[in-house]
Design a protein around this ligand. Structure first.
Ligand SMILES: NC(=O)c1ccc[n+]([C@@H]2O[C@H](COP(=O)([O-])OP(=O)(O)OC[C@H]3O[C@@H](n4cnc5c(N)ncnc54)[C@H](OP(=O)(O)O)[C@@H]3O)[C@@H](O)[C@H]2O)c1
Length: 234
């Protein structure tokens, strides 16, 4: 069984932040960025969020353009991609709208510790998939998605969710919208969170597309891996 393709879409400030330090939801991107988000969602079998992103956004990830939704259906796929959240605590009851939107298959990926709270929050409105003891591993999650016939997985944040895949070498591509904002804040979340890679072992990317629209840059990178000569440690 082939491992699903994993791609990220994220709007960042010029200083690489994805939100303010208080983590409140704030739309960084323009209308062009929202169109790009729709186009990428239309390619995905499932859109995945981390628990913090769900608690900040609450509403589900949907393809808004009726033409894109129709062409998904014409190719035998559901009009809307499935939505999934990854949570260790299972503490996602705040995501009320996310659980209630019609026409969307929903999944909660958690470990044994988070399963009771996740089931209580989902109340049958999402499939709760229990993968590990505590933290969920990206490889176990991708196996579960492959078993359900999913081939394209879109990660939409936040940085902790992206780290979960990056640390296991399971990212294939990044679509990054560089927006004309500076946020600052040492503790504000960035595109990639977690413990981070040591110097000399950074993840190496290849820039495959750069396009300017208005004040934004739309960048597409392919992930090459960690053994391809990262910046040397001093
Ligand atoms: N600029 C943009 O385009 C954009 C897009 C998305 C989000 N955001 C912003 O980004 C912020 C959230 O980002 P973030 O990095 O703080 O958090 P995040 O990645 O959204 O969520 C972190 C949470 O995900 C769960 N998680 C992550 N790795 C896990 C693992 N291996 N196993 C089990 N659970 C795991 C945990 O959930 P539990 O806490 O539930 O256990 C963890 O606390 C929000 O402010 C949001 O508004 C911005």
């Amino acid at each position: 069984m082939a491992r699903p393709y994993v791609f990220v879409n994220m709007a960042v400030t010029l200083d690489g932040k994805i939100a303010a330090a208080d983590r409140r939801s704030f739309s960084l991107g323009s209308e062009a960025d929202r169109r790009e988000m729709d186009r990428l969602r239309a390619q995905a079998d499932i859109v995945l969020w981390g628990g913090e992103t769900l608690r900040a956004a609450r509403a589900p990830a949907r393809v808004l353009d009726p033409g894109l939704a129709a062409s998904r259906e014409a190719s035998g796929r559901p009009a809307q991609p499935a939505n999934g959240v990854v949570t260790a605590s299972g503490d996602i009851s705040i995501g009320l709208k996310w659980f209630e939107a019609p026409g969307i298959a929903r999944f909660v990926f958690t470990g044994a510790a988070g399963a009771p709270a996740a089931r209580q929050a989902a109340r049958g409105r999402a499939e709760v998939v229990v993968l590990d003891e505590g933290e969920v591993s990206a490889s176990a999650l991708l196996d579960a998605l492959a078993q359900r016939g999913m081939e394209k997985v879109l990660l939409e944040g936040g940085g902790e969710l992206h780290w979960m895949f990056a640390r296991e070498g399971l990212l294939d591509a990044l679509h990054v919208t560089l927006t004309p904002w500076l946020a600052g804040g040492a503790s504000a979340p960035t595109l990639l969170g977690g413990a981070g890679f040591p110097a000399g072992r950074f993840l190496r990317l290849k820039l495959e597309e750069a396009r300017q629209e208005g004040e934004e840059m739309f960048l597409r990178y392919r992930v090459l891996g960690r053994n391809t000569g990262g910046p040397p440690a001093r």
